[in-house]
Design a binder for this molecule. Structure first.
Ligand SMILES: NC(=O)c1ccc[n+]([C@@H]2O[C@H](COP(=O)([O-])OP(=O)(O)OC[C@H]3O[C@@H](n4cnc5c(N)ncnc54)[C@H](OP(=O)(O)O)[C@@H]3O)[C@@H](O)[C@H]2O)c1
Length: 311
């Protein structure tokens, strides 16, 4: 299953292009955002020859669609992940559409690779006007059966890399008085999740961090949005170790939102200066209920129902 309470994810990378009237209708159907924009909302920095939108996790799933969304708005994109081949295919597609796109392969779990990444962007004569921290992974099962290496890798990718890239790239945005940060959290951020303990905690970090950073940056010209998807059919479920049966039975179909629509909601929300974006009405309701339900009621229920705790 993908994620969300209780989460799950199917294993199919989305390659549909968010174009045409059908795609626009689909995106409009799912584009549900939460919270009003601030009074001092800043628009996205406009596309410029020396400015890039750096998208992490751009080799698969939601990251591919976020890159497409930004490119379709005219932004040159810098694609970052470990697997180069799918990013080269995406870059070629975006260049055919007339935008600048380059691939910088990096393992974001490695502190040195993150420092190098920032230097490599600078060496291309680019500065990051839009930062999309989307790269992430899940694990599943009880902590007492977990692989310490996988759990550490999750924390380094989902938590450490988000804070590190913000620390490295937001200062220049503030100096320039212009920038935007989209951090991909999850509806799993709104409550602890037995069966995906580290994952939900990592996304709670991303949500809390993004809200605090946003408040710090008020009136600086730099905007911060947390995108909190519910279940999305990407490679996430397979990577997290969910079986096809667990994925199929995890969550009702109406909670699943296609990756292009999730990305469209995220970029629209970023451009509108929203604090938090939750694509899909059912996910928005579920997230708010989860945040409000007493933990002594919610957590035993989630522990009983999570498929990764029934194996
Ligand atoms: N699918 C869902 O149900 C769902 C729901 C809510 C939130 N999310 C979040 O959405 C984001 C994107 O996930 P997805 O669903 O699109 O999953 P996905 O298809 O598995 O994509 C994950 C992306 O992260 C990259 N990545 C993972 N570890 C990395 C590392 N160490 N260094 C660099 N890149 C790394 C992967 O690239 P490489 O493997 O090539 O490095 C890939 O491009 C994640 O943060 C996830 O937690 C997903």
């Amino acid at each position: 299953m993908p994620d969300g309470p209780p989460a799950g994810g199917a294993a199919c990378p989305t390659v549909r292009r968010p174009e045409g009237p059908r795609a626009r209708r689909s995106a409009a159907r799912w584009t549900v955002v939460a919270g009003p924009p601030t009074l001092r909302t800043m628009p996205l920095p406009p596309p410029a020859a020396d400015r890039t939108a750096l998208v992490t996790g751009a080799s698969s799933g939601i990251g591919v669609e976020l890159a497409r969304q930004l490119a379709h708005r005219g932004h040159g994109v810098t694609l970052v992940a470990r697997r180069e081949e799918p990013m080269h295919r995406l870059a070629a597609e975006l260049r055919r559409d007339g935008v600048r796109a380059e691939v910088l392969a990096a393992d974001l779990a490695e502190p040195g690779a993150r420092a190098d990444l920032v230097a490599r962007v600078g060496a291309l004569g680019l500065h990051v006007g839009i930062l999309v921290n989307n790269a992430g992974l899940g694990t599943s099962g009880p902590v007492h059966g977990s692989d310490p290496g996988r759990e550490a890798s999750l924390v380094r990718t989902n938590v450490e890399a988000v804070a590190d890239l913000c620390s490295r790239l937001v200062p220049e945005m503030v100096r320039r008085g212009s920038g935007a940060v989209l951090n991909v959290a999850s509806t799993a951020a709104f409550q602890p999740l037995p069966g995906q303990a580290a994952y939900a905690a990592s996304k709670a970090f991303v949500l809390s961090y993004s809200r605090a950073l946003r408040a710090e940056l008020d009136a600086t010209g730099v905007s911060v949005t947390a995108l909190c998807p519910g279940p999305v059919a990407t490679e996430f479920g397979r990577v997290a170790g969910f079986s096809a049966e667990e994925t199929a039975g995890a969550l009702p179909r109406f909670m699943w939102v296609p990756a292009p629509a999730v990305a469209a909601a995220g970029v629209d929300g970023l451009a509108a200066g929203r604090a938090v974006v939750i694509p899909g009405a059912a996910n928005r309701v579920t997230a708010h209920l989860a945040a409000l339900t007493p933990r002594r009621v919610l957590l035993p229920f989630l522990a009983r129902s999570h498929p990764a705790l029934k194996r």
